[in-house]
Design a protein around this ligand. Structure first.
Ligand code: YH5
Length: 283
């Protein structure tokens, strides 16, 4: 297994995708009391990022806009204020590659200018100007499938054949990116668990994830703490979804996912180490 498909270049680092990699999630979205803008909050976010890197995260994904079901869009300046100072501090204090979780072209440009080495876009570069921004940024980009928009996407998701429909969407986005001039070596794909999908849709995708891996681009998945895990555990609250999330991460890796996006880095890294030791050759 050699060749460009098993490697991902992030700045000076070459990530080996024949081993499972973990992407740590760092959301700089506000709680009900503040907007994340104080020094102590920035400091806490930085410490959390450094901790995830120490625990074995290969990438830290920084986001300033919630895309959870029911969430409302924030304006560009707010998103910039939340993510840019954190990216600047993290890249100055650590070598861990940073990914920017955004759909906004201005945020992509500013984040990459501040040192982010990858773009993670839940809209798969469909917002006006996003394709051009990603092309100019010249960094890898994760193209994720979402049906509808976060505010209403869980209201009545519909597919003819969820795997075929999501695959067709991703193949189309890959082609659009290619015709814009984004090289294939800069593309990753993600079926977007929970983004306009029922529990049955999510389970079908999880069971047939190998079909997405067959597109021969690095496959990234985010299952961590999502409602499908909560539902399968009989309505477990977010704080009680860790073990289910780790099981789902293992299943995803076994079906060809290369990068697992998670809030809980250490448990996921450990579980994937055991899985990889048993299922892949070479230590
Ligand atoms: C993803 O799958 N997900 S943000 C609802 C939850 C828990 C977690 C409480 N960004 C993905 O993590 N980017 C998000 O229930 C993502 N793939 C990629 N590439 C949503 C999230 C979450 C939502």
């Amino acid at each position: 297994m050699q060749g460009s498909k098993v490697r991902l270049q992030l700045g000076k680092q070459t990530l080996d995708l024949s081993q499972p990699l973990v992407m740590g999630v760092l959301n700089r979205t506000p709680d009900s009391f503040s907007d994340g803008g104080t020094y102590t909050e920035l400091d806490a976010a930085l410490r959390q990022a450094l901790r995830m890197a120490e625990e074995g995260a290969a990438i830290i994904d920084i986001g300033g806009q919630s895309t959870r079901p029911g969430s409302i869009a924030v304006d560009t300046q707010k998103e910039l204020d939340r993510v840019i100072p954190l990216i600047e501090r993290l890249v100055s204090e650590s070598d861990v590659p940073v990914s920017i979780d955004t759909s906004k072209p201005d945020v992509m440009r500013a984040a990459v200018g501040a040192g982010a080495l990858m773009i993670n876009d839940v809209h798969a570069l469909r917002l006006p100007g996003a394709l051009e921004a990603a092309l100019d940024c010249d960094v890898p980009v994760c193209l994720m499938h979402m049906q509808g928009e976060p505010l209403s996407m869980q209201q009545d998701p519909h597919y003819v054949d969820v795997v075929a429909d999501v695959k067709r969407f991703l193949v189309d986005r890959i082609q659009v990116c290619e015709s814009t001039g984004i090289p294939r070596e800069h593309m990753l794909i993600d079926p977007g668990f929970g983004f306009g999908k029922t529990l049955a849709h999510n389970l079908t995708i999880l069971r047939q994830l190998h079909e997405f891996a067959a597109l021969r681009l690095p496959l990234l998945v985010g299952l961590s703490r999502k409602s499908m895990i909560g539902s399968l555990l009989g309505g477990a609250p977010v704080g009680e979804r860790l073990h289910g999330s780790v099981a789902a991460a293992v299943l995803a890796f076994l079906q060809g996912a290369s990068i697992i996006r998670t809030h809980d880095v250490k448990p996921t890294v450990d579980a994937l180490k055991i899985t990889a030791a048993a299922y892949t050759n070479g230590c």
